[in-house]
Unconditional design. Structure first.
Length: 355
């Protein structure tokens, strides 16, 4: 039997499983899925979990069941390519014939002293739970600093302002306007929403140091009761340590078939792969579909496609609390209630299809 090992049960890993199971897995192939938790997590909703507006259960989806799917709970500590084994913390190694690495991303602290030690995160379900606990146990009037006003920072700030309107929320952004990658119309719409909901936006910020309950903006100290870091991501450390060509985010540069240039049996999926778009659930799923096509060809002894068409993204949506939202659908900007309803509908369909 050939063993396909998938590291990480994120959006890309789940798409691999849905493409192969229940009826498209060759009879001579088994799958081993390795993840730190016993369920798929809706990472796009971690901001709401941290803010306390949804329960832990609402961001969990069960992994599929199949006679030739083995789900292994554990933490990956390394990969020995010569022996074709995945090393696990406090457990036996797992042998693979083909390996798909979808271990996701980690916070990137840009060399800011103290940022990794004194800030909270929403990059994993465990860290989001910890952030939820500290945010929702704050006394009234506490100051929360959120560093980074990209999509994650904006959604966390807006959700927290609805969950805890007694808190003083400061949102730090390096640019002149938040959400700089979006059209000006959307940036201004979100900024107006924050102004109406008493979230303070601090533009042109430059966080130079973080201490316990204090950050320094342009070296000026600002006291905060809690600091949450949403100011950038990088590939998982295991992938960053690979001796392969990488981009400036530590993501591996791949062949058109999504495998390492030095090993056609190791594929990199999702946030760890160097792709032309910013990391997203949509991108990981699109890449997963192409990887499955490559695997099927190689399992049948055939040559995989020499190239694939670019992965097309349908759009990007963000929420502003439970009633308002914003985003891009194709080339069209949308704001308000409609954007929020579309995002909620997409989430419901995803959970309904995979749950």
């Amino acid at each position: 039997m050939r063993n396909l090992v998938i590291l990480g049960g994120g959006y890309g890993g789940m798409k691999i499983l849905s493409e192969l199971l229940p009826n498209n897995l060759p009879e001579d192939v088994t799958i081993t899925l390795v993840d730190r938790v016993p369920y798929h997590c809706l990472k796009t909703e971690y901001y709401a979990l941290a803010a306390g507006t949804i329960s832990d259960k609402e961001v969990r989806v069960c992994f599929p069941e199949h006679p030739r799917l083995n789900i292994k709970f554990g933490e990956v500590t390394g990969i020995t390519r010569e022996e074709k084994k995945v090393l696990l913390k406090d457990d036996e190694p797992i042998s693979y014939d083909d390996l798909i690495i979808g271990l996701g991303c980690e916070d990137k602290y840009h060399g800011v002293p103290g940022a990794d030690e004194f800030t909270y995160s929403i990059q994993s379900i465990g860290k989001s739970r910890e952030t939820y606990s500290v945010l929702n146990n704050l006394p009234p009037g506490s100051v929360v600093g959120i560093v980074g006003a990209g999509l994650s920072g904006v959604e966390l700030a807006s959700e927290l302002s609805e969950s805890r309107d007694d808190l003083k929320i400061k949102l730090f952004d390096r640019g002149k306007h938040i959400l700089s990658s979006f059209p000006d119309r959307l940036s201004k719409y979100v900024e107006n929403w924050f102004n109406k909901n008493n979230v303070e936006i601090i533009n042109n910020s430059n966080i130079t140091k973080v201490e316990e309950k204090r950050l320094y903006n342009h070296d000026e100290p600002i006291d905060c009761d809690v600091i949450v870091w949403t100011a950038g991501i990088q590939a998982n450390k295991i992938v960053r340590d690979f001796p392969e060509e990488k981009d400036n985010m530590g993501r591996v540069v791949l062949t058109p078939q999504h495998n390492l240039k030095t090993d056609e049996h190791i594929y990199i999926l999702g946030d760890c792969a160097s792709l032309p778009h910013a990391p997203s659930a949509q991108l990981a799923e699109g890449q997963a579909e192409q990887i499955v096509e490559v695997l099927r060809k190689r399992w049948n002894g055939e040559e995989p496609p020499a190239s694939f068409p670019p992965i097309k993204l349908k759009g990007i949506l963000g929420s502003l609390g439970k009633k308002q939202g914003f985003g891009m659908m194709g080339n069209s900007a949308i704001t308000g209630r409609v954007a929020r309803l579309i995002k909620s509908g997409i989430l419901w369909m995803y959970k309904y299809h995979n749950g």
